[in-house]
Design a protein around this ligand. Structure first.
Ligand code: ATP
Ligand code: MG
Length: 573
């Protein structure tokens, strides 16, 4: 491709509304443009990178035995009602009516549609196992679309679905997809980690997320420094080694109401009453799809809503509004407590051994001290309900843990019979018995993968594309476009390389060398070939590898081989 023909609108300035580096660079490198919030047009350079990732995904999916299909974006509400997700998916699901008043949604995921397909087609155990995938645009009306392709509203996803006769088969399918995901993200040049994950809206029993390690990641990942335990913060279990001897030996005192004017936060209360956060118990009120609930955690801990949701088995869970807190506790937020509360109360396990707690008195500007469970209030269930902290230990081996940030690029789930039961997707086994198909589902954010790769591979001058996903592999920079020899050397090399299948960009603009260097760096082409009058007199060209900056002067005749070898090496073949 010739630069003068390429639609590549680069930007010098950092766009004001782009917070993270990948978003800034994708805009500056002319890869994409925003249409409206969370919705983007891919320009040629961006689309080429996306297609590279798609190609890697397709190759690895096919290698793992999955077959490509393409399902519609528009999905009928009836299917979502059958799976019971119409009512629980919430506002991320964009719903609309057709001219006949029938309800539809834009697919945020395709479990319903694929299960509907399979229940009509699969009859016998002989039709299984089966794994179907697609690469298709999803629509999710995200509450906070941001970071460009990282969290869009319309975005490209690869979603695969496996269908097996039994759990054993489903476990094999899961393993095989896990292997494929490892290969895909390795081939994309990413530094990533597979972690245990919560199953969220998709449901099912077991899942792993593939996390690209980056400080700008929206997820926190907990991992052990010794063993291979790693989990998303939402899922990470607490090692239950917190009960101390003193806690056992402390004797209960009587409960007292103390006046705490305008003292609400943990910091304020502990300072005001001269107690440690470990003595304080926070009462958080949640509204759920069932009854409201009060969740108790120690003052130095935070509630993990995903765990609360799982323990209660509710479909939705949200922190109660100030208004609701006032209605349920009789006090403004900051003064809630368990004593005299008439809603269901559950507590984190770390609350269980605490004697003589400090907690809100359900009255403005007042707290109780000397509160004891059993005497002053009751808890209906103790469970692990909190977020892991830096001072917790690994739940598997007891060693120290680390908490890092990550970008979720892929997610694999064991679904079991959740959807096949809801939609009656069955098959006949060898003995003629009807059984539910066991399913798995497997997603990859295609655009998010490109963004994550840039987040991990850039410097102050621009993107450093890993070769396998680079929009172009080589850029040729003739420095003097008015010098016949320079131009013909550039043209000749361009012909040679493209003839060998290399993807080459020829910067044929009549621009200063500085401008050409800057743009080449910005758009992140892995191999840069500079052709200048001076070195050409000695029959030499300069070949530079963007990632390391390593440069070499090569002879005009030898250049083609050096460059092709570099591409091969970087593609790993
Ligand atoms: P998140 O927690 O980031 O919202 P999710 O758990 O909702 O992700 P899945 O339903 O598992 O995501 O979707 C599969 C993959 O699709 C994710 O791993 C991610 O890479 C990608 N993805 C999800 N939501 C978005 C989005 N809004 N924009 C871009 N990619 C997305
Ligand atoms: Mg989501």
């Amino acid at each position: 491709m010739r630069y003068t023909k390429l639609f590549l609108p680069t930007l010098r300035e950092i766009p004001a509304d782009a917070e993270v580096i990948s978003h800034q660079l994708m805009l500056r490198a002319g890869m994409l443009r925003k249409l409206t919030s969370g919705i983007y047009t891919y320009l040629p350079l961006g689309l080429r990178a996306i297609k590279k990732v798609e190609k890697i995904i397709r190759e690895e999916m096919e290698r793992a035995g999955a077959q490509e299909v393409l399902m519609p974006t528009v999905q009928p509400a009836d299917l979502w009602k059958e799976s019971s997700r119409w009512d629980v998916y919430g506002k991320e699901l964009v719903r609309f009516k057709d001219r006949h008043g029938r309800d539809y949604c834009l697919g945020p995921t395709h479990e319903e549609v694929i299960t509907d397909l399979i229940r009509g087609e699969v009859r016998s155990y002989r039709d299984l196992p089966l794994n179907l995938y697609q690469i298709q645009n999803k629509f999710r009306d995200e509450i906070r679309p941001r970071f460009g392709l990282m969290r869009g509203r319309e975005f490209s996803m690869k979603d695969a679905y496996s269908f097996d006769a039994d759990e054993e088969g489903a476990a094999k399918s899961y393993q095989s997809m896990s292997g494929a995901y490892n290969r895909i993200f390795e081939r994309c040049g990413l530094n990533f980690k597979a972690v245990e994950a919560d199953t969220g809206n998709i449901g099912g029993s077991f899942s792993h997320e593939f996390m690209v390690l980056a400080d700008t990641g929206e997820d926190a990942i907990v991992s052990c420094v010794e063993c291979d335990y790693a989990a998303n913060m939402e899922k990470a279990e607490v090692n239950p080694d917190y009960i101390t001897k003193e806690q056992h030996e402390t004797l209960p005192v009587s409960m007292e109401r103390v006046s705490t004017p305008n003292v609400r936060t943990v910091e304020e209360v502990t300072q005001f009453l001269s107690v440690t956060p470990k003595q304080l118990v926070k009462t958080m009120i949640f509204e759920t799809s069932a009854e409201p609930v009060a969740v108790l955690v120690r003052g130095d801990h935070e509630v993990n809503p995903a765990k609360v949701k799982n323990v209660l088995g509710v479909e939705t869970l949200e922190l109660a509004s100030e208004e609701t807190v006032l209605k349920l506790t009789g006090a403004p937020a900051g003064f809630a407590g368990a004593v005299g509360l008439s809603i269901k109360i559950i507590a984190d396990k770390a609350v269980e051994p605490i004697k003589n707690m400090v907690m809100g008195a359900n009255e403005k500007d007042a707290h109780f001290i000397g509160v004891n469970r059993g005497r002053d209030f009751e808890v209906s269930e103790f469970a692990d309900l909190r977020l892991v902290t830096h001072s917790d230990r690994c739940p598997r081996c007891g060693k120290a843990i680390e908490i890092k940030r990550g970008i979720e690029v892929g997610h694999i789930f064991k679904l079991g019979d959740k959807y096949s039961k809801a939609l009656s997707a069955t098959y006949l086994d060898q003995n003629g018995n009807k059984r539910y198909i066991i399913m798995g589902c497997y997603g990859i954010g295609v655009g998010r993968t490109v963004a994550a790769a840039i987040e991990q591979n850039h410097d102050k001058n621009g993107i450093i594309f890993p070769m396998p996903i680079a929009p172009y592999q080589v850029v040729i920079l003739p420095l003097q476009m008015r010098d016949g020899e320079v131009v013909s050397a550039a043209e000749a090399l361009y012909e040679q390389l493209t003839g060998q299948g290399a993807e080459v960009l020829l910067d044929d603009r009549d621009e200063r060398a500085g401008v050409k260097f800057k743009d080449a760096d910005l758009i992140g082409v892995p191999v840069r070939v500079t052709i200048g009058k001076k070195s050409l007199k000695e029959g030499k060209l300069e070949v530079q590898f963007r990632a390391t900056g390593e440069k070499e002067l090569v002879s005009q005749e030898g250049a083609e081989k050096v460059i092709l070898d570099m591409i091969k090496r970087e593609l790993g073949n």
